[in-house]
Design a binder for this molecule. Structure first.
Ligand code: NDP
Length: 580
């Protein structure tokens, strides 16, 4: 017993609950929304527009039109680059906020730190946690502010790019038959962009309607979900998406069946409209200060005032297993604080959910950061409606029996998959988009023997004038847009410097890249044991963690140290190591 909590008993309970959910097929249990299931990933928002193929030359190509691509475009524009072409599969800017338009969609990080370039665009979000449509509109506003629509190329996928040694530029080919040339290329494809579906046997025999939350079918549901009145709707998935989409569905559907395999932690949200007087009082530089204050607060660095003051910053000590920062607690203290936190999360279920059996099923039994924490003041409440049924499928591994019009024996008209994304799968890492560098060597081949080789995760030996923006050889953060922002600033600074020094190309010196690879290895954090004890999720390869897999490709001292290191590199002429 420690501080009134029997940790041994709790550990045993966590293990039992984890074991109920571990499947031998791990990540292979899912089906990609590709091939015969490719229609699940079709674009419901923009009809395909035919256009002439492009055979031209621009100054820079940015592959990816989400916040990463928008930030890269903005910083390249600030670096004086004229022709910037974003190439994006979607029909407009926005990335995940283009695709995801499900009812209830909000950002789950405070919008004043999450939405990038607020001061540059001259905008203050209307809500503390902005709805998805406001975020999408802001993405488009960034595109307009930085004149990124001029050369943008939507509904287009890059299939291959090749370095032309003689011309010192890239040749980029697409699925539209384009062949474009550019001095610089930035690749920023996101980490959770490919929808996945549960591989439930017999699901293809279901004759009702189905779709994935990231491709919401408003034609079926109606714009205000009015067409769901009288319909029996099933939702699969109770992660960050499920928690947001269940409340509006509960209100609209004739009957809602929530098929849950693992409950999320659902803490207080406390969303509220932006205080206009506060917005009017903001002074230049406020957003950067706030982002840095949030990052410090969430990684346990003492601050004079925690400006955001929400569920993310309040639980900073419990994030360090996925977000390296300041270690303020010993392992034992951390486990105890975790146990208290989870007890409060479980107690909240009892205070909100009236039916004790339903409440019991909604209680999460794992360490706090085993899954992405969720926040809602509507989700648990939805289960008090007589028209909402929680169906726990943990013991069947989430594989209920599916008939032509039934799921687990319930008559169902429509199944909505809130089952998430293939984690870390991008066209670059899967080889769907081939990058041929010097001597025609592909990026994947050059990394095959000894793993990734980069400087700061952004520049790569053998691949001149190419920049990557991702967590690879870099860092993650609760607010990943902050990472993208720092990366875009860094790339913009390198390109500006290359221009002012009339450099022929940008490529890291071999010793600089080797030193960075060594730094990644030295700082690697081994959370294998922690992840092994966690309930399955995409955080731990569905319960089959690979020793140090993620840590091995990340800078283990965390985001604050990483950003400091980049600033220091720039101010001490690190440029000399990459400009030729
Ligand atoms: P997740 O991968 O987090 O969740 C998928 C859900 O589907 C889990 O609850 C999973 O259960 C469930 N599931 C999978 N297979 C089955 C099955 N056979 N039967 C029943 N349930 C099943 O995906 P999300 O889309 O929820 O979130 C992905 C990420 O997107 C988040 O981590 C977050 O980073 C981001 N996000 C951000 C939001 C924001 O507001 N900023 C909002 C939404 C998402 P189990 O846990 O048992 O595997």
């Amino acid at each position: 017993m420690s501080d009134g909590i029997d940790l041994e008993l709790l550990r045993a309970k966590y293990r039992t609950e984890r074991d109920r959910r571990i499947r031998p097929d791990g990540s292979a249990q899912y089906r990609a929304a590709a091939g015969e299931f490719g229609f699940y990933a079709d674009d419901p928002w923009t009809p395909r527009i035919e256009r002439e193929t492009l055979h031209d030359r621009v100054d820079a190509i940015v592959i990816g039109g989400g916040f990463g691509g928008l930030l890269a475009g903005a910083r390249l524009r600030r670096a004086g680059i004229d022709r910037i072409r974003t190439i994006e599969e979607a029909g407009d800017f926005g990335g995940t906020w283009y695709w995801n338009r499900y009812p209830g969609l909000h950002c789950d990080i405070e919008s004043y730190v999450y939405l990038p370039l607020l001061e540059e665009v001259g905008y203050v979000p209307k809500w503390r946690y902005a709805p998805g449509e406001e975020i999408r509109q802001h993405a488009m506003a960034i595109g307009r502010t930085f004149d990124l629509y001029r050369d943008a190329c939507f509904q287009t996928r890059v299939t291959e790019m090749r370095w032309d040694e003689d011309a010192t530029e890239w040749i980029v080919r697409t699925d539209r038959g384009d062949e474009m040339r550019a001095e610089y290329v930035v690749v920023t494809l996101g980490a959770l962009s490919k929808p996945k579906l549960p591989g439930i046997p017999g699901i293809e025999n279901f004759r009702g309607h189905t779709f994935h939350t990231s491709r919401w079918d408003y034609g079926y549901t109606g714009d205000d979900l009015e067409k769901l009145a009288g319909k029996r709707v099933a939702v699969f998935g109770t992660g960050a998406t499920g928690v947001q989409v269940v409340p509006p569905l509960a209100e609209a559907a004739g009957h809602l069946y929530v098929f849950q395999r693992t409950p999320s932690t659902v803490d207080v949200r406390d969303n509220r409209p932006t205080d206009e007087a506060w917005a009017a009082s903001l002074r230049p530089g406020w957003q950067r200060d706030r982002m840095e204050n949030f990052l410090k607060s969430v990684t346990g660095v003492p601050v004079e005032q925690d400006l955001v003051g929400d569920g993310w910053t309040a639980n900073s000590a419990l994030h360090r297993r996925v977000l390296p920062g300041v270690t303020v607690l010993s392992d034992e203290q951390e486990e105890l604080v975790d146990a208290h936190k989870m007890n409060r999360i479980r107690a909240r279920v009892d205070t909100v959910v009236a039916d004790p059996a339903t409440a019991e099923k909604l209680k999460p039994w794992y360490r706090y950061i085993c899954k992405r924490p969720c926040f809602s003041d509507l989700y648990l409440q939805a289960f008090n409606r007589p028209t909402v049924t929680l169906v726990d499928t943990a013991d069947s591994g989430g594989m209920p029996e599916i008939g032509t019009h039934t799921v687990a024996g319930y008559e169902i008209d429509c199944i909505i998959f809130a089952t998430g994304y293939e984690a870390g799968v991008t066209d670059v890492m899967s080889g769907r988009m081939l990058i041929h560098g010097r001597d025609g060597v592909t990026l994947l081949d050059s990394w095959k023997a000894a793993g990734p080789r980069t400087l700061h995760g952004m520049t790569i030996p053998g691949f001149p004038n190419l920049f990557l923006m991702s967590f690879l050889h870099a860092v993650t953060a609760s607010n990943f847009v902050h990472v993208l922002d720092e990366q875009a600033r860094h790339i913009g600074a390198i390109v500006a410097e290359a221009r002012s020094r009339a450099a022929r190309y940008v490529e890291p010196a071999a010793d600089a890249a080797d030193a960075w690879v060594a730094t990644i290895a030295e700082t690697a954090v081994d959370n294998y044991d922690f992840q092994l004890d966690c309930t399955p999720s995409f955080y731990n390869n569905e319960g089959h963690p690979v020793r140090s897999s993620l840590a091995a490709v990340q800078y283990g001292r965390g985001p604050i140290a990483f950003f400091d290191l980049l600033r220091e590199w720039r101010s001490t002429d690190g440029f000399a190591k990459v400009l030729h």
